[in-house]
Structure formats: structure tokens, C-alpha cells
Design a protein around this ligand. Structure first.
Ligand code: ADP
Ligand code: MG
Length: 793
């Protein structure tokens, strides 16, 4: 999670000339500051040196620098020009490096760290620290963390100058720092301590600690300060409050070892070895810098030295790099000065791409996202007024499934799948549809594969498929028939018992029972909504059964209905229904009677009212023709009529209240009946499917066996026989022919005698409706068997 913002920059190279006595440097170099962008430094080789020491015929050398700081340049100016821009970049999140390159005694340490005598001699490190902490304090928009590290590299070994646990007297006493490379080729410095510095003072204390260690470790024999590289690094990380993005940057302030060559230092074996090392590591630095300057160079030899490894991300792409070439231009050091400048020119060619170091802290990101989610949820609750959980409930999922199904089955081109503005539901719908697509593709593929592999047998296969379908149909029919047969057996047994009772006692109850259907339909009571309602219930139950039979896959609605009729008679709930029906009938009759009575009373009252009016007219006429005092008094006849009206009104009210009570009772009874019917229907459906299952379990070979002939050896013969029997059978229904109940038992006897045991019987029932179905199945079965017989040959 790293975001990079590139900034193309060449490495800025500055020159600083160390103050020297006037006599030593007069006429040796000149600085040309005229040019606006770059300054040039001309080194003039004195004639007396040109032939000998430098062995070069040229008289002068010109070098370009970003800026040249001559002898009188003060530390604050150097800082402002060189270090401040880099520090600003580092504060913005880029890496930065400033390194001082030059021979021993040219002022590298003075420039980087500063002189020890005066406060104004403070170098780049303390001034940068001061500047950075100033800026951090000013910027309240971010949270900053600052660490410093101080590394000394001597003879390819790293030493931690900031380890507070060690009282170092020699460099070797300090913790050794080693380089580790991770799989992403990032460099890690093991054992280099990162000391946190929360303010300028702490940072300066650490710098002092490091410088002290560096100084103590220096002995006259190794002169570490001139032969070692020192890298002081300021690490800054910043984060905006509430943001998960962390910016990390570091600023390397590098005091390189003296760049003087071996030839000049070659005074003895030991020292020579050291000198070689120093030059070698600077040589590798130069190689890296040259490689970086070359275009299309893929391999940069960072690994050749510890120095280049450490500065890897500060020399190449990810850095604002600045070099200060420190020069001590006196007669003795002209060749060294020229070689320092040459090095600087090569460095100046490098084009760097500084990268903004941003990375996302995953834990902070999670915290931030969680907060955002909660806020959005709160907003959602506010807008919708509904608390929303992340998961859809089982109920909601089922609802969605139904919606999708309805949508898919709807042929109307304008139909839409509307689940509301709920992303969870929308997502679920898409997932569901995807799954459906996948399933259909899979089955298509399977089919395709099958067809491909058996292309030649297509006909045979189609035939087999059809056969399979028919077999399934047959299976269903068989089940149905067996259920009916079992039922009718039971029914007949019951009927025989009933017949016995009937013969022994009386036929009253049966007649009453049978008359119920007729009567309830005929009754024209005031609340006569009962009969149409009954009809509606019946049609809805038929509809449900039709649905049920469709689910089971066959055209067995007739058989199923038949079964339902029988089941109804057997069922305990049907007694309740019948009882209630009876009660309802009574109530209807009562209500009808009451209604009639009420009408009568109303008519009576109206009649009485008319009589009174008549009486009024008579009296008025009498008063005109023969006025008498008698007419002014109350009319006793009218009085009597009025009392009569009052009485009738009273009885009307009582009857009316009674009728109201009856209406409530009737409505209640209707509800009860509806409930009982529903239960009955459900019970039947359960029983029906159980029965079908039981049959399948009893005879699993019916499903698995491909040879139905062996299961039903006498099938063809018996079915043929039953067709003949059917034509002679009269239609008898228990509900339609109450008087024929005995007949139905008797007349079906001849057929029942032809029956074989139930499991493999010709399942004729004597009931013409069922038998018609059964015969249809038989024919279908026969067809299938004939087909099968053909295909097997
Ligand atoms: P280096 O680190 O390159 O070996 P130093 O920084 O130790 O060289 O400098 C050597 C001497 O010269 C020191 O005594 C230092 O104080 C002095 N010196 C270097 N540069 C300057 C300068 N610009 N102004 C004053 N004194 C300087
Ligand atoms: Mg030094």
C-alpha cells in the first residue's frame, strides 16, 4: 500500500571552499557567480606544478556547481541554501540525503556537524534539527513522530553511535550494525538503534552522545573520523488525525571518509590497508553514482559496500540528494581538489526521482472504516427509520426467492423485480440469479455431453427417456390406485357394518345425513350467503387438490378428488363439520323464521298506523258537520290502537335483538367450519403423500426395476378383463344416491370377487369415477409395456 508521487530532480551539487591563509591559495582558483542558475569554479594549475606533480599539461579546469560557497561563507548561509530545501522535502514526506565529499581536512565535518568553538559554527545537523522541530511545532494539522540514528562505518563494519548502554572506549565496543535485505530488496539495519526525539533538545543530546562516542573511539592509530563514514539520520513519520495514511521520510546527513588517494597516504603497511578500504568504499560509491547517471542501466551495484547499501534509497530513485564538495584548494591539494570536483560533476548528472513515501496502516484503516460504517448505519437508520442488520433474515430470504421465481415465470415484458432500495437484497437477487444461470448451464452442458458421446443412439435415448417418463407416470398412478383401493376396502367394510346396523335398526340417520347437502343449498334464509360460500370453499378445495396433483406430476385429480371424498367421510373432523353444518342449518331456519315474523310485525304496525290516520280523518269530518264537545276529548279507539302499536314495537325490538344475536352466532359457526375444512384438507394432503410414500417403500423395485412385467405378471390379462367389467358397472356414489348405498355394495360385489390380493390386484373399486381413472392408467401402462417390449427386442 504505497503511494508514489514522482519528482524528477538531478542531484544538486554544491562546492564549499575552506578558508585558508591568503598566501597559500592566491591565484589558484576563481569563482564565477555571474551565471544565474549555475556557478562555475575554475581551478588554475600553477606553472611550476603543471609538469611535475599533477603531470598534466592543462592550465585550468572549470567545474559547474549549483552554488559555490567561498571561504567567507557562513554556516547559516550554507544551511539556508543547501539543507533547508532538503529539510522541507523531508517534512513533505520525501527522503533526503546531504553528503559531504572531500579530502581529509577539507571541512566535511565542519560543514555537516559544525565547529566546536562557537555557537555560530553549528553545522547542518544541529541547524536542521532545530529547523525541523520548529516546523513540526508550527504544524498542528498532523501528528509527527521523530527518531534519530547515528551510524559509523569503518572498514565495512557498521557501529551504532547512539547505543546508550555502551560506555565506548573503542569503536569495537559499540554494537555492530549489519545489513539485512528482505524479499522486496529493502535494506534493514540490524542493531542500529532508532532513538526517539520529541524535541530539539533531546535530538541535540543524542547528536552529542554520538559525536562523543565517535570522538572517544578515535585513536591516533586508526584516525576513525577521517577514514570512516558517519551517517546521522532523522526519521520523521506523520499522520493526519483520523487518517489511516502514514507518511515516513528520512534525512541522511552524511560525513564521508576522506577522499584522498592511497598514493598520498601510503606511509606504511597498516595504514595502506586502511587507505585502500576507504578508497574502495568511495570507489563503490562512485561506481553506483556513475551507474545511476547512465541511461538504461538496470543493475546498480549498491551491494558492493556497506556505505552504498545504506544509502541505497538515498542515492537512487527515492530521494532528494544533495552533495557538498568540500575543497581545500591550496598548492598541495590541487590534484585532490580537481578529483573531488570531477567526482561532483559525475554526481551532478544523476537524475533522481523522488518518491513520496506513503503507506496505509491496516489497523488504522480498519478503525477508520469501522467508524465510517457506523456513521453510515446511523444515517441509514435516520433516513429509513429502520434498524438494519448486516444479514437478511430467513424470512426475508424466502420472500426474495419467491419474488425471483415469480419474476422469472412472468412472461410480461414489463414485469420488474422490485426489492426496494436495499443493497443486501439487490445483491442477494443477483447472486441467486447467477446461481440459477450456473445450474441451467451445468445441466445444459451435461445434456450436451451426453448427446455428443451418444450421438448415434439419439433415437434410442429419446425413446428411453420417454419410457422413463412414462414409467414414472405409471408409478404415480400405481400408487394412487393402491391408495384408492385400500380406502375403498375400508369404506366397504364400514358400509357393510352400516348396512348391518341399518337393517337391524332404522335408516333415519343415514337419510338425514344425505339430505344435508340438498337442504343447505336449498335454504333461502336471510343470511343466505352460506350457500355460495360453500360453493366457493368447494371450488377452492378442488383447486388446491389440483395443485397438489400437479405437484405429484400426474393427471390424477379425479382419483385424488375421489379419495378426498372418502377421506372426508372417515375423518373425525368431518363430524365436527357436519355437526356445525346441522347447527348452522337450524340457526338459518330460526333466522328465517324470525325475519318473517319481523316482517309480519312491521306490517302490523304499519297497518295500525294507517287505522289511526283513518280515525283522525273521520273525526275531523265529524267535527265540521256536527260539532260536539265529545270530539274535543280523547278518542278511546285511537288510544287502544296506540297501545297496540307500542306492544308490537316491543315484540319487534325483542325479535330484532334475537336476530342480531343469531347473526353473530352464524358468523362464528361459519368461521369454525372454515377452519375445520382447512384442517381436513391439510390432513388429507398429508395422508395422501404419506400413503404414496409408503407404497414406494413397500415396492422399491417398482422404481428401480426396469422390468415391470415380472412385478405384475398377470397385468395384461386382468386389465383387459376389467375393461369389460367396467362397461357393465353402474355408477354409484354415496353422496348422490343415498338410497343406492346398499346397491353399490351389492352391485360391486361381482367385481370385488375377481380381485387378487391388494399388492398386485386389479384395483377396480366398483366406483365408476375411480374406475374410469384406473382404467386410463391401465391403458397407459399397457402402452408403456408394449413400447418397452419393442425397445428391448
Ligand atoms: P574533515 O572533516 O573534512 O576532515 P574538518 O571539518 O575536520 O575536515 O576540518 C578541518 C579543520 O578545518 C577543522 O579544524 C575545522 O574547524 C576547520 N574548518 C573547516 N572548514 C571550515 C570553515 N568553513 N570555516 C572555519 N573553519 C573550518
Ligand atoms: Mg571530518
Amino acid at each position: 500500500a504505497r503511494k508514489a508521487a514522482m519528482v524528477k530532480e538531478t542531484i544538486r551539487v554544491y562546492a564549499r571552499v575552506k578558508p585558508l591563509g591568503r598566501r597559500q591559495q592566491a591565484g589558484i582558483y576563481s569563482v564565477d557567480d555571474d551565471e544565474k542558475s549555475l556557478s562555475s569554479l575554475e581551478i588554475i594549475v600553477p606553472h611550476d606544478l603543471a609538469d611535475g606533480f599533477v603531470n598534466n599539461k592543462r592550465e585550468s579546469y572549470k567545474f559547474k556547481f549549483q552554488k559555490i560557497f567561498d571561504q567567507e561563507a557562513k554556516q547559516d548561509v550554507v544551511f539556508d541554501n543547501i539543507a533547508k530545501p532538503v529539510a522541507e522535502c523531508v517534512l513533505a514526506g520525501y527522503n533526503g540525503t546531504i553528503f559531504a565529499y572531500g579530502q581529509t581536512g577539507s571541512g566535511k565535518t565542519f560543514t555537516i556537524t559544525g565547529g566546536a568553538e562557537r555557537y555560530s559554527d553549528r553545522g547542518i545537523i544541529p541547524r536542521t534539527l532545530s529547523y525541523i522541530f520548529d516546523q513540526l511545532q508550527k504544524d498542528g494539522s498532523k501528528v509527527y513522530t521523530t527518531h534519530v540514528s547515528y551510524l559509523e562505518i569503518y572498514n565495512e563494519c557498521g557501529y551504532d553511535l547512539l547505543d546508550p548502554r555502551h560506555e565506548a572506549s573503542r569503536l569495537e565496543d559499540l554494537p555492530k550494525v549489519t545489513i539485512m535485505e528482505d524479499p522486496d530488496q529493502n535494506i534493514h539495519l540490524k542493531n542500529l538503534s532508532l532513538q526517539q526525539a520529541t524535541n530539539e533538545e533531546e535530538a541535540l543530546n543524542l547528536l552529542f552522545l554520538g559525536d562523543t562516542n565517535r570522538m572517544i573511539a578515535e585513536t591516533p592509530t586508526n584516525q576513525a573520523s577521517s577514514r570512516s563514514h558517519c551517517i546521522f539520520t532523522i526519521h520523521i513519520s506523520s499522520k493526519e488525525p483520523g487518517s489511516a495514511t502514514i507518511r515516513r521520510s528520512k534525512l541522511h546527513l552524511v560525513d564521508l571518509a576522506g577522499s584522498e588517494r592511497v598514493a598520498k597516504t601510503g606511509v606504511g603497511g597498516h595504514l595502506l590497508t586502511e587507505a585502500k578500504y576507504i578508497n574502495l568504499s568511495l570507489h563503490y560509491l562512485e561506481q553506483v553514482i556513475i551507474a545511476l547517471a547512465e541511461k538504461n542501466r538496470s543493475h546498480i551495484p549498491y551491494r558492493n559496500s556497506m556505505m552504498t547499501s545504506v544509502l541505497r534509497d538515498s542515492l537512487g530513485g527515492n530521494c532528494m540528494t544533495t552533495m557538498i564538495a568540500t575543497l581545500s584548494i591550496d598548492r598541495r591539494n590541487i590534484d585532490e581538489s580537481i578529483s573531488t570536483c570531477r567526482f561532483a560533476q559525475r554526481v551532478a548528472l544523476i537524475k533522481n526521482e523522488a518518491v513520496l513515501n506513503e503507506e496505509i496502516d491496516p489497523t488504522l484503516m480498519i478503525v477508520k472504516l469501522k467508524k465510517e460504517i457506523q456513521e453510515l448505519k446511523d444515517e441509514l437508520v435516520l433516513v429509513t427509520g429502520k434498524q438494519r442488520t448486516s444479514e437478511l433474515s430467513q424470512e426475508e430470504l424466502l420472500q426474495l426467492d419467491e419474488l425471483i421465481e415469480a419474476f422469472l415465470e412472468d412472461n410480461d415484458p414489463d414485469s420488474t423485480l422490485d426489492v426496494g432500495a436495499d443493497m443486501r437484497k439487490i445483491k442477494y437477487c443477483f447472486l441467486h440469479l447467477k446461481q440459477l444461470m450456473k445450474d441451467s448451464k451445468m445441466s445444459d452442458k451435461k445434456l450436451h455431453l451426453q448427446r455428443n458421446s451418444e450421438e448415434k443412439d439419439t433415437n434410442k435415448e429419446l425413446e428411453e427417456e420417454e419410457l422413463k417418463k412414462m414409467k414414472e407416470l405409471l408409478q404415480q398412478r400405481d400408487n394412487e390406485i393402491n391408495i384408492l383401493v385400500n380406502m375403498l376396502k375400508k369404506e366397504k367394510k364400514r358400509a357393510q357394518e352400516a348396512l348391518f346396523q341399518f337393517n337391524a335398526a332404522s335408516a333415519g340417520s343415514t337419510v338425514l345425513e344425505q339430505s344435508l347437502y340438498v337442504n343447505s343449498e336449498e335454504s333461502q334464509s336471510p343470511a343466505s350467503s352460506f350457500s355460495p360460500k360453500e360453493a366457493k370453499d368447494f371450488s377452492s378445495s378442488v383447486h388446491r387438490l389440483a395443485l397438489l396433483s400437479r405437484q405429484t406430476g400426474g393427471k390424477m385429480s379425479l382419483g385424488c378428488q375421489e379419495a378426498f371424498e372418502v377421506f372426508k367421510q372417515d375423518h373425525a373432523d368431518s363430524i365436527t363439520i357436519e355437526d356445525n353444518k346441522e347447527l348452522l342449518k337450524q340457526r338459518f331456519a330460526e333466522a328465517k323464521c324470525l325475519g318473517e315474523k319481523l316482517n309480519e310485525v312491521r306490517n302490523k304496525i304499519n297497518h295500525l298506523k294507517g287505522e289511526i290516520t283513518q280515525r283522525h280523518i273521520q273525526r275531523a269530518v265529524l267535527a265540521v258537520s256536527s260539532p260536539s264537545e265529545e270530539l274535543n276529548t280523547l278518542d278511546p279507539v285511537e288510544e287502544q290502537l296506540r297501545t297496540q302499536i307500542e306492544e308490537e314495537k316491543k315484540s319487534y325490538k325483542t325479535m330484532f335483538n334475537h336476530l342480531k344475536g343469531l347473526k353473530v352466532e352464524i358468523e362464528h359457526l361459519q368461521l369454525l367450519m372454515e377452519k375445520a375444512k382447512m384442517k381436513l384438507q391439510k390432513d388429507f394432503e398429508v395422508w395422501w403423500s404419506e400413503e404414496a410414500q409408503n407404497l414406494q417403500q413397500e415396492k422399491p423395485e417398482m422404481v428401480s426395476s426396469s422390468n415391470t412385467m415380472t412385478v405384475y405378471p398377470q397385468l395384461r390379462k386382468t386389465s383387459h378383463l376389467s375393461i369389460n367389467s367396467f362397461s357393465e358397472t353402474t355408477r354409484v356414489g354415496p353422496s348422490e344416491d343415498p338410497a343406492g348405498k346398499n346397491n353399490s355394495i351389492n352391485s360391486s360385489n361381482p367385481i370385488s370377487k375377481t380381485r387378487t390380493p391388494a399388492s398386485s390386484s386389479i384395483p377396480l373399486t366398483g366406483d365408476s369415477q375411480a374406475d374410469a381413472d384406473i382404467l386410463a392408467f391401465m391403458k397407459a401402462r399397457q402402452n408403456i409395456l408394449q413400447k418397452k417390449g419393442k425397445s428391448c427386442q
